[in-house]
Design a protein around this ligand. Structure first.
Ligand SMILES: [Zn+2]
Length: 415
């Protein structure tokens, strides 16, 4: 149910759950004769949704139409000389988005424009937050000169902090804040090698899955039939125990209100549960789905993922999805959420797996998503954060052989 005047940033994506949205560009003709001009009253809002200065699309229109433009940032007034109808400018905006916003590799709009200088040479690239690729823009386009003269002010984010509460899921309206979420600085973060691994995997899968966004859209539209919706609600009700995000008291986090069944986390979890067995749904699709919900960087997503994705074959599955785990488990907090998910999986959903806890932890340790200090700390402190106290004890007790092994391995090293 798209609100009036809100459209997908990629208008070729016909998916009402597509999370990158912007206001529909509006126009107003003013003046007459030689002085006739087209005002874009909501250019500032449109540009904000695209995370570009409003001057860029304005100037772009000028370049494409051979018209003078004027931009007044202070009063948020953006004008193209001449009379141009809205549909033409919207088409041109699509072209602008394609050329200067969307990642050329994965078509995600979450990119920054970065100017790379080497000697006298300057190149403008789109630095993709989603897949990590840097893809260049058409340096022959006239807008390039303007961008080089008026470089984007990329917000410098501190690594810690500032990343809280920026995403409110797909709650409605424009993602005034969502698409350009902080998080890692350019390619930085603690991902390191794991990024490369997923990038490789994405490239490998991309060849076969160039239409995956479309596929995702189809999946969603199929899911919105009344029967499907009913089935989902039903399935959901039976799983509330499994997927509910926290026992009373919640996670004690800043993300509290997301625990309800319509939170992006729960929606993501349901999607994973429903689609994980489908052919073609692999790590890349799962990651992209998390991105659509804007939760791919959240530790809570890891908690949900573990519960939704893994089954009694968890040890094998850890290896199957190691690139995905490496991509998503990016901090100590994420590791703790990972362990929380495992606690719920073996403690609540698959109690028969309790004896396998050491194997599971070993598998996670071996793919480098679990650090010794974190798992040791976890194993020696009973917590009611994710499960009840008894279960928590049981799981930790079961983990002892692994912790012992870690300790011994340490001793060996120091000798
Ligand atoms: Zn990308």
């Amino acid at each position: 149910m798209a609100s009036a005047g809100i459209v997908n940033i990629r208008r070729d994506v016909d998916d009402k759950f597509y999370r990158y949205r912007m206001p529909l560009l509006l126009t107003k003709i003013e003046g007459k004769g030689n002085g006739i001009k087209t005002v874009v009253p909501n250019m500032a809002d449109v540009a904000r949704a695209l995370s570009r200065p409003p001057t860029y699309p304005t100037k772009f229109f000028g370049c494409e139409l051979g018209a003078q433009t004027s931009s007044d940032d202070k009063n948020e007034r953006y004008i193209v000389n001449g009379a141009h109808d809205a549909s033409r400018l919207r088409e041109l905006l699509d072209v602008f988005i394609d050329k200067f916003v969307l990642c050329r590799s994965c078509k995600n709009p979450e990119t920054d424009l970065v100017i790379l200088k080497s000697g006298r040479n300057e190149d403008i690239v789109r630095d993709c937050k989603a897949c990590g690729e840097r893809t260049d823009v058409d340096m022959k386009h006239k807008l390039v000169t303007f961008i080089l003269k008026n470089p984007p002010k990329n917000p410098k984010k501190s690594k810690k902090g500032g990343a809280k509460g920026e995403v409110n899921g797909n709650g409605g309206g424009v993602h005034a804040t969502a698409p350009f979420v902080p998080g890692d600085e350019h390619g930085g973060g603690s991902g390191g090698d794991s990024d490369d691994e997923l990038t490789k995997k994405i490239k490998a899968e991309a060849a076969e899955l160039t239409t995956e966004t479309k596929l995702a859209a189809q999946d969603w539209s199929a899911d919105t039939s009344p029967e499907a919706v009913k089935a989902r609600v039903k399935a959901l009700e039976s799983q509330v125990g499994g997927l509910s995000l926290a026992p009373a008291g919640g996670l004690g986090d800043d993300e509290g209100s997301d625990d309800d069944i319509n939170s992006p986390y729960a929606q993501f979890g349901r999607w994973v549960e429903e689609n994980k067995g489908e052919t073609g749904v692999g790590a890349v699709q799962i990651y992209q789905k998390a991105q659509e919900f804007g939760v791919e960087k959240k530790h809570k997503t890891v908690l949900v993922l573990v519960q939704a994705l893994f089954t009694e074959d968890v040890v094998q599955e850890i290896n199957v999805y190691k690139a995905l785990l490496a991509k998503m488990v990016t901090s100590e907090k994420h590791q703790k959420a990972l362990l929380g998910g495992i606690e719920r999986l073996v403690g609540l959903t698959h109690p028969e797996l309790i004896p396998s806890v050491p194997k599971i932890l070993m598998a996670l340790y071996q793919i480098d998503v679990l650090e010794e200090e974190v798992v040791t700390q976890w194993g020696t402190h009973v917590s009611k954060k994710y499960v009840d106290k008894e279960t928590s004890k049981k799981v930790r007790k079961a983990s002892e052989p692994f912790l012992k092994w870690l300790e011994d391995a340490d001793d060996d090293e120091s000798e």
